[in-house]
Write a protein that binds this ligand. Structure first.
Ligand SMILES: CC(C)(COP(=O)([O-])OP(=O)([O-])OC[C@H]1O[C@@H](n2cnc3c(N)ncnc32)[C@H](O)[C@@H]1OP(=O)([O-])[O-])[C@@H](O)C(=O)NCCC(=O)NCCSC(=O)C[C@@](C)(O)CC(=O)[O-]
Ligand SMILES: NC(=O)C1=CN([C@@H]2O[C@H](COP(=O)(O)OP(=O)(O)OC[C@H]3O[C@@H](n4cnc5c(N)ncnc54)[C@H](OP(=O)(O)O)[C@@H]3O)[C@@H](O)[C@H]2O)C=CC1
Length: 897
């Protein structure tokens, strides 16, 4: 009996392209009969196994749900659906596989998801680009540019999901075009593969190495290698031994293919031939990582892999200003500090650029390249120099490993092929194999240059984030993950929700050690704890009369202890605390007026018992609390009215405090400060916090004590330190004088205090002999302190001589420098004196580029001037750089890619 399907039935197969044979027409008829039904598994198996042959015809008799059923019970492997359904049913295979995978997954969302499935040429994918296909991922394709590359204008295709990238590259193109575009040279074209081969011994390995390195060995291997392809040409072999393992790096041109399959095929053949000569060798792996494919490696950076391209352009200074919103000098400086020094500091290999990978990967995706090869392909060094008297910018990018092809791999896919077609680089070059893929490599290098230029411009101008907020995040803000409030056992819907308890947990100040400082080192935590305790010292006193009756309005006084409270703390609530638990609002929103440090409010205690009143600010800080007060039962004469109950803090307007405690305060607004901000923290946690906060004066006392102790220790430490230091300095001065310093100029007998003043025009560099006219006190030639030492100890330096301390008068830097220079002149000028403390860098004041230029002391040295002279004499560089010497044809800049 056919069973009804609860699934949406998918139309039977035989979409376009199905065969016209009579058997398929019959099948079509059969399928029509079952279109709305899902037959039993037994029936389906029967059709599948005993039905018409071949399998594809049998399966054509089953609808999708039935095929799914067969696959689910293991009759068909999900990955082989294309094979069993036939080449005419590729989309059906993808659809069925998608359902299978979806239903087996925990989320079960794939089947009906947004991942597109229809309208795709799966025939190009099968056996070439992907397995177990369930659809395809569209990536937005943008076009940057166009850009003049070697004299031809190219659109730059970029598939990316990073907003700003295309805009950035476009801006770079605009700037580059203004200078005449980009010139490229291709310096090498060689894909590599490096197998690992074990030999019985290092002697055998060495023997094989010698053979491979010999002309005979090379030619034998080359012949074998090149027998496998019409296009792969072996260029070189590089060998290296690690113990008895030999690594051989095959480098080969690969025509218009990126070439990894090609070179692997050739390498395998070459190793077969080698094996005949060295029967003891064992090929461990065709790839021994000496290639190196899809991993960062210095060998690629140094030797190159795939296409090695260098690109150059000159950008006029005014274009740098108008298009890039920065200056040539700023770009050159940033490029050095970021792309060269910064990357060196980071220990980079080939990462001497800003974002070559961004541009390269986007073009890789758009043109069907192997995206994983962006690792080494993105290696790039960006260089910038100011030319034409600093007016214009000369820029180069050097990319030694661009691994691209225009045949094979993902270039066979329709959309990617169309992009290559747009560039005029599709497929195999008709006459010069390799010229298309090389053209693509040149285009990538030039586009990378555009990206580099624009990003560096944006960074130099401080525009990066602005740009990304505009182009990269202009959609609605990404929703934050909504935290679910855990349901605590025993807390039921409608039960009293006490946000004030929760608030206690969440509102603890930012310096709370437990919440925000846990990752800090212990000493920092201690310091923070101290300040936390001190800053939370009770700042509000609450006075409650000793005789209090429940249900009766009692006047409670409050008074600030520290004068003005912090503005955030000025408004506060009074809350009831019983046995350490906050049980609700007594009076809310007490707002001291300006200059008002005390006041009183009416509080009605809800019941007999022991209470405290606690003052809590709007931000949750506990400002102070009263002493414990014992509330007695209301005398019978006054118990006629219901005694009020404390207000549990709540969001609900109906639960407002004043509603619950009428008369608690006549002048205060009714909404509790604390209840205004509910928190998501579980109520259970708040109890502990509350307990600790209710004893807020204890931390204050502890804090005060710790603080006092710390301060005392600090003073003692300072005192000992200063004494020791003074002692050491005296010793060191003596040591220098006696042992190390040769005197050039006889020292003055002593520095006399107060004998004159330092002329402000004298600079530290002036090391002439005069030492007499210093004001202030000093140290005599023996290092003895003549009077009070002037300069602070930090500035005492042996090498600076012994007349220090004199420049104290106005405290200016110049004066101090002058004074030190005097000392040098007197005792040791011209001698390098090793300090027992080790070298001490002199303190230089940073100068702006402008002031450097203006400063006569920073003018170029004669040798520098000499070095600069020819550069200045150079004629202006043309905006579009031209090679000055004819290049070998292989390297020649391309006019047309
Ligand atoms: C975004 C810009 C271009 C604005 O820059 P701007 O100067 O404000 O733009 P503008 O409006 O003056 O236009 C200048 C030109 O830019 C182009 N342009 C301008 N807008 C568009 C657009 N919507 N679509 C296409 N092209 C656009 C266009 O060519 C235009 O000229 P026009 O055609 O008007 O004569 C600039 O701020 C910029 O380039 N910022 C840099 C952004 C960038 O490069 N991001 C890369 C990703 S960052 C990253 O991932 C890597 C990183 C940063 O971590 C690496 C590192 O460590 O350095
Ligand atoms: N095998 C591996 O280790 C690795 C493979 N890959 C993958 O390899 C694939 C790319 O391999 P690749 O070798 O580039 O491409 P293919 O495997 O597609 O090989 C290129 C084919 O195109 C033919 N061809 C026709 N015209 C030309 C021409 N003008 N220039 C070059 N070849 C031409 C070649 O002929 P002929 O047969 O005469 O050579 C060859 O058959 C990608 O999918 C990539 O992801 C990536 C990394 C590693």
């Amino acid at each position: 009996m056919p069973m009804r399907s609860s699934f949406r039935l998918i139309s039977p197969p035989h979409s376009s392209g199905s065969s016209d044979t009579s058997s398929s027409e019959d099948s079509s008829e059969n399928v029509k009969n079952v279109v709305d039904e899902v037959r039993s598994l037994a029936q389906c198996i029967d059709i599948f196994e005993n039905g018409p042959r071949p399998l594809s015809e049998s399966l054509a008799l089953l609808n999708d749900e039935e095929v799914i059923m067969l696959a689910q019970c293991g009759k068909i492997a999900a990955y082989s659906l294309e094979k069993v359904l036939g080449m005419n049913e590729l989309e059906r295979a993808v659809r069925i596989r998608r359902a299978l995978i979806s239903r087996a997954s925990s989320t079960q969302t794939l089947e009906a998801s947004d991942i597109p499935l229809a309208d795709y040429d799966y025939s190009k994918v099968l056996g070439a680009c992907c397995e177990n296909v369930v659809g395809y991922i569209p990536i937005p394709l943008g076009i940057a540019g166009p850009l003049y590359i070697d004299g031809t204008l190219y659109p730059i295709p970029m598939a990316t999901a990073e907003g700003t990238l295309v805009a950035s590259a476009s801006r770079g193109c605009k700037a580059l075009n203004a200078g005449g575009g980009v010139t490229t040279v291709l310096t090498q074209d060689a894909m590599t593969r490096g197998p690992a081969i074990d030999f019985p011994s290092i002697v055998d390995a060495a023997s094989a190495k010698i053979w491979i390195d010999s002309p005979e060995g090379y030619l034998t291997i080359k012949k074998a290698f090149e027998s496998t392809s019409r296009f792969a040409k072996l260029k070189s072999l590089k060998t290296a031994m690690a113990g008895r393992t030999l690594y051989v790096r095959f480098a080969t041109s690969t025509g218009d293919a990126m070439g990894m399959n090609m070179i692997s095929k050739g390498t395998e053949k070459a190793l077969e031939v080698m094996q005949e000569r060295y029967p003891g060798m064992v090929v461990l792996a065709l790839s021994g990582n000496y290639c190196t494919d899809k991993k960062p490696a210095a060998i690629n950076w140094i030797e190159g892999r795939g296409k090695s391209v260098v690109a150059e352009a000159v950008i006029p200074g005014h274009v740098v200003k108008t298009v890039l919103k920065t200056t040539v000098a700023a770009l050159v400086n940033l490029n050095t500090k970021k792309n060269l020094v910064g990357s060196a500091m980071a220990g980079s290999i080939g990462g001497f650029n800003a974002h070559a990978a961004n541009i390269l990967t986007a073009i890789f995706l758009a043109t069907g390249q192997d995206p994983a090869q962006n690792v080494e392909s993105s290696m790039c060094m960006t260089l910038m120099e100011a030319v034409n008297d600093g007016e214009d910018l000369l820029m180069t990018v050097s990319m030694p490993c661009i691994e691209v092809g225009t045949v094979g791999g993902g270039t066979v896919l329709g959309p990617q092929k169309a992009v290559l077609e747009m560039l005029g680089l599709k497929g195999a070059h008709p006459t010069k194999p390799g010229q298309n893929s090389q053209g693509l490599a040149r285009l990538i290098a030039a586009a990378v240059m555009a990206g580099e230029l624009s990003l560096l411009g944006a960074l130099a101008a401080g525009h990066l984030i602005r740009a990304h907020m505009q182009h990269n995040r202009s959609q609605v803000a990404t929703p934050a993950v909504v935290e679910k409030i855990p349901v605590t056992a025993g807390v039921k819907k409608g039960a009293i929700y006490r946000p004030h308890l929760v608030r206690e947990t969440s509102s603890v100040g930012v310096l709370t050690p437990s919440s925000s400082t846990s990752s800090l080192p212990p000493y920092t935590q201690l310091t923070i704890l101290y300040f936390y305790l001190v800053s939370n010292v009770k700042c509000l006193d609450i006075h409650v009369p000793s005789q209090v009756q429940a249900g009766t309005a009692t006047t409670v006084g409050w008074e600030t202890e520290k004068g003005d409270m912090h503005p955030d703390n000025t408004k506060f609530d009074l809350r009831f605390v019983q046995e350490g638990t906050d049980i609700g609002v007594a009076v809310s929103n007490i707002q001291p007026q300006k200059e008002m440090h005390k006041g009183s409010v009416e509080v009605t205690f809800p019941s007999a018992g022991t209470f405290k009143l606690k003052a809590v600010a709007g931000n949750g800080d506990v400002l102070g609390s009263s002493d414990e007060v014992t509330v007695t039962e209301l005398s019978p004469s006054t118990t006629s009215t219901d005694s009020p109950s404390p207000t549990p803090g709540t969001d609900s307007p109906s639960d407002s405090p004043s509603a619950d405690i009428p008369g608690a305060s006549t002048t205060i607004s009714s909404t509790s400060l604390i209840s205004q901000t509910p928190s998501t923290s579980p109520p259970a946690q708040s109890q502990t916090t509350l307990k600790s906060s209710s004893t807020s004066n204890i931390p204050a006392i502890v804090g005060g004590a710790i603080g006092g102790l710390l301060a005392l220790s600090l003073l003692a430490f300072l005192f000992i330190f200063l004494r020791r230091r003074r002692h050491t300095i005296r010793k060191r001065l003596t040591f220098h004088q006696d042992m190390m310093v040769q005197r050039r100029v006889p020292p003055p007998p002593s520095f006399l205090p107060g004998s004159g003043s330092i002329p402000s025009s004298r600079r530290g560099s002036d090391r002439s002999s005069s030492t007499g006219n210093m004001s202030g006190n000093g140290i005599n030639e023996h290092g003895d302190q003549v009077s009070a030492r002037g300069a602070d100890d930090e500035d005492v330096d042996v090498e600076r001589g012994f007349g220090f301390g004199a420049g104290m008068g106005p405290g200016s830097v110049d004066d101090e420098g002058y004074a030190f220079a005097q000392g040098r002149a007197a005792y040791g000028t011209g001698h390098i004196v090793p300090s027992p403390r080790g070298p001490r860098p002199s303190i230089k004041h940073p100068m702006s580029p402008q002031s450097r230029l203006q400063s006569p002391s920073l003018s170029p040295s004669p040798s520098q001037q000499q070095a600069q002279a020819p550069a200045q004499a150079q004629p202006k560089l043309p905006l579009r750089s031209q090679p000055t010497t004819p290049l070998p044809t292989q390297f020649a800049p391309q006019r047309r890619l």
